[in-house]
Write a protein that binds this ligand. Structure first.
Ligand code: NI
Length: 263
């Protein structure tokens, strides 16, 4: 069964058919999903979905565009979440210099704070990084590299929607022990760089994700995305790695279970 490691089923894009859609996942080969927090308002919805469905897990944290809301009260709630067995990770957290909604120093500070929380509780992190390649790598190396507090963590995290170069992908995976989240973008005609990264990275570091409702694969590009479209991503990866689709599903699911501690 496929594991979709990055969904936003709490998003209003799913208000009309959320129950139906979630109920259809199993029959379509999707074993479980991880609903990822982004804004402060999303967090109660993530908790509620994870509580309601046994195949929905959660990750909690504030997206770099939202870190202006990272108050002491929100941090205290996140800390409480770390004790919840259905909350598997801290995320999505990171740096976004494309939208640049918060000052860079505020983004970096919130990224580090949320990483410390994850490390304290032995949880992996889900990283969002856009147009911030150098600073993201610097912080991840500082927090998880040799001599750091996170160096010996068993389960470190994932670069969600990986969009940088092959050279950096090698450092994240083989040097630092992070995974790469691969989704709809790998099916895009113009995604030459990501196809290179997938071809170059050993399967043991790849996990599947949609980021739904965003980033639907070809032939649904631009439409609302859901886990039901992941077979298109599986088939693109199978082609690049020259292995069967079954192998892609089996290995990525085993990777996701290992990273997030899903039994
Ligand atoms: Ni996302």
């Amino acid at each position: 069964m496929i594991i979709d490691t990055h969904v936003h089923y709490d998003d209003e894009a799913f208000d009309e058919d959320r129950e139906e859609l979630l109920a259809s996942l199993h029959a379509n080969g999707i074993g479980c999903v991880i609903d990822i927090g982004s804004s402060a308002e999303s967090l109660p919805r993530v908790r509620a979905l994870a509580e309601k469905y046994d195949f929905v897990y959660g990750a909690v944290g504030l997206h770099p565009d939202e870190v202006g809301d990272l108050t002491g009260e929100v941090m205290a709630d996140l800390r409480e979440d770390m004790k919840n067995p259905k909350i598997l990770a801290v995320g999505e957290i990171g740096l976004d210099y494309y939208w640049n909604k918060e000052a860079k120093e505020i983004q970096k500070d919130a990224f580090r704070k949320q990483i410390y929380l994850a490390q304290e509780f032995g949880k992996p992190i889900v990283i969002h990084s856009r147009e911030a390649a150098a600073d993201t790598l610097e912080i991840v190396q500082e927090m998880y590299g040799p001599g750091s507090s996170g160096e010996h963590m068993e389960r470190k995290g994932v670069m969600h929607c990986y969009s940088y170069a092959v050279e950096q992908a090698r450092i994240y995976t083989r040097t630092l022990g992070f995974y790469l989240g691969i989704g709809g973008v790998v099916t895009f005609k113009n995604a030459k760089k990501l196809k290179e990264v997938v071809a170059d990275t050993p399967m043991e570091y790849l996990i599947l994700e949609t980021d739904c409702p965003y980033l639907a694969p070809v032939p649904f590009r631009g439409k609302r995305n859901s886990s039901l479209y992941l077979p298109y991503v599986v088939s693109a990866i199978a082609e690049l790695k020259e292995i069967s689709e079954e192998e892609v599903i089996r290995i990525t699911a085993a990777n996701a279970r290992r990273l997030f501690g899903i039994h």
